[in-house]
Design a protein around this ligand. Structure first.
Ligand code: GEK
Length: 243
């Protein structure tokens, strides 16, 4: 696979809140997410290892908001339990088309992957032992998040797990420097001031982060018995929520 550099915001974007997961974003996505999300590779790799530990034979495993399938492939490589189905869901046709292409030349002995074009909010889930939702809940409308998390918890078999990774809102008013440090991270990865400001403007009304406290409270309310943070870097966190 050749990875194109993310130069999308070097020229003016369409406008405020106009960010879309279209062909232009899909083409540069691996470069964009690596340079924008601290610890992305760790979260993806650990999700594979968590899936290996929690997968139960003859159940489904879901990757919700799979994009180009990095998390999906990490799970497919690790899971050994028999009779599992791995379902990768995204509502961007551009992402899914590319994901399917990549996966065929990347897996040697694959757990078969079902690539599904669909909306996480309405797609019916079958009994599952693992859900991964890495950096995707942040794009779901705020008033749909409780119902989605409840539906995920209901679809999990006892002892099943949800891996949830998110960009989070800064909880303490005196910690706004955490967001600034994230912009420093992007600068250090070669993004210009124009690109950082352009992306912020485009994504402002599309990516709505919530605080860590809001996430963990929602996970408990949704029916998870144990919620453990396994990753934290700047304003990015990931939890395992066990049913
Ligand atoms: C990774 N998890 O590389 N239904 C389905 N898909 C959706 C929806 C929805 N309602 N809303 C957004 N998406 C991936 C990275 S990216 C994160 C996830 C980012 C999809 C959207 O099309 C995009 O592919 C993905 O969620 C979010 O491990 O871009 O920061």
């Amino acid at each position: 696979m050749t990875i194109d550099s993310d130069t999308l915001f070097q020229t003016p974007w369409h406008g405020v809140g106009d960010f879309r997961f279209d062909e232009r974003v899909a083409a540069v996505f691996p470069d964009m997410i690596r340079r924008s999300v601290p610890g992305y590779g760790h979260v993806v790799g650990l999700t594979g290892l968590i899936a290996k530990r929690f997968a139960k034979a003859n159940t489904c495993l879901y990757d919700l908001g799979c994009s180009l399938g990095a998390t999906t492939l990490a799970m497919a490589r690790e899971v050994q339990q028999p009779g599992c189905r791995l379902i990768a869901l995204d509502n961007s046709e551009a992402m899914l088309t590319k994901a399917q292409h990549h996966s065929t030349d990347r897996l040697i002995d694959p757990l078969p992957i079902e690539w599904v074009l669909g909306n996480i909010e309405t797609h019916p889930f079958e009994p599952a032992s693992v859900f991964a939702m890495n950096f995707t809940l942040q794009f779901i409308p705020l008033d749909s998040r409780d119902a989605l998390l409840r539906r995920i918890a209901q679809s999990l078999v006892p002892g099943g797990v949800l891996v949830l990774a998110e960009k989070v809102a800064v909880e303490e008013p005196d910690q706004t420097w955490l967001s600034e440090l994230h912009w420093d991270f992007k600068r250090a990865n070669g993004y210009s001031e124009l690109e950082i400001a352009g992306k912020r403007q485009a994504i402002e009304q599309v990516l709505i982060p919530e605080s860590p406290g809001q996430h963990t409270a929602r996970l408990h309310q949704a029916g998870f018995s144990e919620v453990v943070e396994f990753f934290h870097c700047l304003n990015f966190r990931a939890w395992m929520a066990i049913k």
